[in-house]
Design a protein around this ligand. Structure first.
Ligand code: SF4
Length: 282
């Protein structure tokens, strides 16, 4: 008589769903390598994990860009990089428009309003604009305020804490081993350091990634482990549509080698069972 061995989804059910213990990197890879026929079962398990460990509530967050386009960085996926030919034109939002966007966001029932900027990191002008904008929003609208302003210094993180910023978004974008193929003007480690500053200064950490930038399945599992080690409050997951991106610098990176379908949300949900995963991110 042959004895059936438990599948990785059997293991995940017991380990993640029942005990609330995330999968290890090798286990995440095993989930990602499941055949297509297992997709429905893995999605169903992911949903059960979400209900058990996160509950049924959905948090709604609005984002608005105060500085769009013209970014000096070369993130190959980004239409706001000034280094690639894209239809995006540089623009700034004034404070009355920012307050109005926050008001409209709150009226939808959203509880968080995120101020984002296409920059490597904030300069003094942007920090002053954010400071004034937050003060104006606080005077007019009852909503949590988040920011996504790129790489921070310790002093800038302290200033954002003093301004009362509730949450900070800064994505790892991809696995550490793949990052140099996607961005050359700053490092994965600089991003990681900013995320540590955000936590040290009492802000919630919002950190996610983009799937479909030529990374391997093993690198997706690596990314999941790195995100889990960070233990963020929420993980925005984005899926690249290469047909509508900027013009890639083809010598470095052309097209994803791994289909996005090979990133079942169950793998991410099983890696960090109690972490929120919003559907949108900057
Ligand atoms: S730093 Fe942000 S805005 Fe600038 S190119 Fe990279 S992803 Fe785009």
């Amino acid at each position: 008589m042959t004895v059936a061995h438990p599948t990785i989804l059997d293991v995940a059910r017991e380990q993640v769903l029942e005990r609330g213990e995330g999968l290890g990197e090798e286990q995440v890879l095993a989930v990602l390598q499941l055949p297509d026929e297992a997709l429905a079962e893995s999605l169903a398990l992911a949903h059960e994990v979400r209900l058990r460990w996160c509950g049924p509530e959905v948090e709604v967050e609005g984002i608005v860009s105060v500085k769009t386009g013209g970014c000096p960085e070369d993130c190959h996926f980004c239409s706001q990089s000034g280094r690639f030919e894209t239809p995006v034109r540089a623009a700034r939002l004034d404070i009355p428009s920012l307050v109005e966007a926050a008001r409209q966001t709150a009226q939808t029932g959203a509880t968080e309003f995120c101020i984002v900027a296409a920059v490597r990191g904030p300069d003094e002008r942007l920090m002053a604009q954010v400071r004034d904008g937050i003060a104006a929003i606080r005077a007019a609208v009852d909503i949590n305020i988040a920011c996504s302003l790129g790489i921070l210094t310790a002093e800038q993180a302290r200033q954002l804490e003093v301004m009362g910023v509730h949450r900070y978004n800064h994505n790892l974008e991809t696995a550490r081993s793949h990052f140099p193929r996607v961005v050359t003007t700053h490092s994965w480690e600089e991003r990681w350091a900013t995320l540590q500053l955000v936590r040290e200064h009492g802000m919630e950490v919002c950190c996610g990634a983009i799937i479909g930038m030529g990374e391997t399945l093993a690198q997706r599992a690596e990314l999941a482990a790195q995100l889990a080690a960070l233990d963020p409050h929420e993980v925005p997951m984005n899926f690249l549509d290469p047909g509508r991106g900027p013009r890639w610098p083809t010598s470095r990176w052309s097209r994803p080698r791994t289909p996005c379908a090979r990133s079942p949300p169950s793998a991410w949900r099983c890696r960090a069972p109690s972490c929120a995963s919003p559907g949108a991110a900057s």
